[in-house]
Design a protein around this ligand. Structure first.
Ligand code: K1U
Ligand code: ZN
Length: 169
């Protein structure tokens, strides 16, 4: 089932999500809905708070659903390592129509549980590292705009407020 994606301004996007106590069939159904929602958007990642569920869970497929690609589902993910630096543009399905260049580490190692509740460790560089950091940020109530400073941040926030006032957000 495709779920609605909440937008900047919804309080669920600004709070720290709660750990998943156990990977149950209900959690696996949520994961399946999130994968369907991510591909439909389309996007390369999605965190549970973006569908209004304040749990520490995300899905990622940096191919955007290319044939044979494996989608990552991570429950209670946490960073083990973060090294290097990359400067690339990114967007967010909860901040549609607004992109910005964000500095982030270029290589990360993340550990968590998979959809079967088994421990997994994922190493990512480049776009995968960026997607992992973007999704883990969502679990801590942080959006890419929170990582911007000065004029670039003000400009995006001003445009969103204008869209909110016009009822187009
Ligand atoms: O969490 C999200 O809001 C999803 C977001 C993830 C992300 C984007 C860019 C860099 C890191 C993480 C998106 O998927 S935005 C859409 C997007 O990037 C995309 C959509 C279709 C094809 C390719 C990329
Ligand atoms: Zn996002």
């Amino acid at each position: 089932m495709i779920r609605p994606i909440v937008r900047f301004g919804d309080p669920v996007l600004a709070r720290r999500a709660e750990p998943v106590a156990e990977v149950t069939d209900e959690i696996r159904r949520l994961i399946d809905d999130m994968i369907e929602t991510m591909y439909a958007a389309p996007g390369i990642g999605l965190a549970a708070p973006q569908v209004g569920v304040p749990l520490r869970l995300c899905v990622i497929d940096i191919t955007g659903g290319k044939h044979g690609a494996e989608v990552l589902a991570l429950v209670n993910p946490e960073f083990v390592e973060r090294t290097g630096m990359q400067l690339e543009e990114e967007g967010c399905l909860s901040v549609p129509g607004h992109n910005a260049t964000v500095a982030r580490p270029d290589r990360v190692v993340v550990r968590g549980l998979n959809r079967n509740g088994e421990p997994v460790t994922i190493e990512g560089t480049g776009l995968l590292a960026r997607a992992l950091q973007h999704e883990l940020d969502h679990l801590d109530g942080t959006l890419f705009v929170d990582r911007l400073r000065g004029l670039r941040r003000d400009l995006i926030l001003r445009k969103i407020r204008k869209q909110q006032r016009a009822g187009t957000w």
